[in-house]
Ligand binder design. Sequence first.
Ligand code: PEP
Length: 251
Amino acid sequence: MTPGVRPLIAGNWKMHGLRADGSALARAVAEGAGGGAGAAELLVCPPFTLLREVGAALEGGPVAVGAQDCHAAAKGAHTGDVSAPMLRDAGARFVILGHSERRADHGEGDAAVLAKAEAAIAAGLVPVVCVGESEGERVAGDAEAVVTRQLDGSLPEAFAASGGVVAYEPVWAIGTGRTPTEADIAAMHAAIRARLRARFGEAGGRLRILYGGSVKPANAAPILALENVDGALVGGASLVAADFLAIAAAV
Ligand code: PEP
């Protein structure tokens, strides 16, 4: 936790949910969040198709809505893509960018993530930029170098002013039930904090750094208590309202 910074618990629903499921899940999260007086800010990121539905279910409440990707252009001949202004228009306030599944499935590199983050900020969205090493990179002792390179290449100049969020997600911990040791998480978050300060000055000291990768109610509290861990990006457990809320309550 960073003193004076409100943690963010963000749910990444990935490619899950039809309209009825999405609305029901969003309503259950909103009910559990009550008036939003909990220690953490809550965010859910459904698939594009559910943005309006989920936005309607959450309207007027404390739970924010985000998307999982955007195109770098505001509009144009890009079949199948969705732009940042379209997401904003559909009610999104945040957008996850550079998730390792996008980097792997769609060949997105740091330059692409940077361009998307610039587009997101220009459209008034808060970018949640994901970074993280593969298992091979960690075993080789390259984890910090990889994450530093991703940060340097993916974060635009306006990142700090936009209130941008960094999510440290070791690729090998996503959806596997495995997590780094608390010492390894703390060390990486400290390295990320140092990089953010070096790049953005004092503002870099207040940007939220989330941990992501197999966060569950059972392991959330000790992870969220670590220095420089300002919340979590939650995949699988965000699909069960009670689990997502229990993670938020562990802050
Ligand atoms: C994710 O995909 O961002 C993630 C952290 O997934 P999980 O919580 O399922 O590991």
